[in-house]
Design a protein around this ligand. Structure first.
Ligand code: CMP
Length: 137
């Protein structure tokens, strides 16, 4: 994807709302942009997780076993729990059609969290909320 287009995508992600252009450019260097097709499994419940994902276009389904939990769309993210808590993937995440994603590796994800406290805060909020729901509290 052309650099400017990537930057526009990053600018539209609420998680990165507090970042300036230079910071978004740096983020663009840390992240890969990928497109996947229907039914592609992006995270598999119980497996080791290596990446953090941000949905740019399309939707993904979050499943607990075969039970749908929710869907996530543009601007939303997943895959953070395994990376932060050092646990296996807590859910399966599957593409609902053609989905464009930003993929950030484990090490880059931690660098991002370290460099940007606003990102860390937003991600930690989501972890708390999602773990609470998966434990039925
Ligand atoms: P992780 O456990 O690494 O891999 C599966 C991902 O699904 C998980 O991180 C979260 O990002 C996401 N996830 C798990 N439970 C929920 C939920 N209740 N609502 C939204 N997303 C979830």
């Amino acid at each position: 994807m052309p650099r400017d287009e990537k930057l526009d995508h990053l600018r539209g992600v609420p998680l990165f709302a507090r970042m300036g252009t230079r910071e978004l450019e740096r983020l663009g260097e840390l992240a890969d942009d990928v497109e996947v097709g229907l039914d592609r499994v992006l995270a598999e419940q119980g497996a080791v997780g290596h990446e953090f994902f941000i949905v740019l276009e399309g939707r993904v389904m979050v499943l607990d076993g075969n039970t749908p939990v929710t869907t996530l769309g543009p601007g939303e993210f997943f895959g953070e729990i395994a990376l932060i808590e050092s646990v296996p993937r807590t859910a399966t995440v599957r593409a609902e059609g053609i989905v464009r994603l930003l993929v950030i590796g484990h090490r880059e994800f931690h660098a991002l969290m370290d460099e940007f406290p606003s990102v860390r805060a937003a991600v930690m909020d989501a972890v708390a909320e999602r773990l609470r729901r998966s434990e039925g509290v």
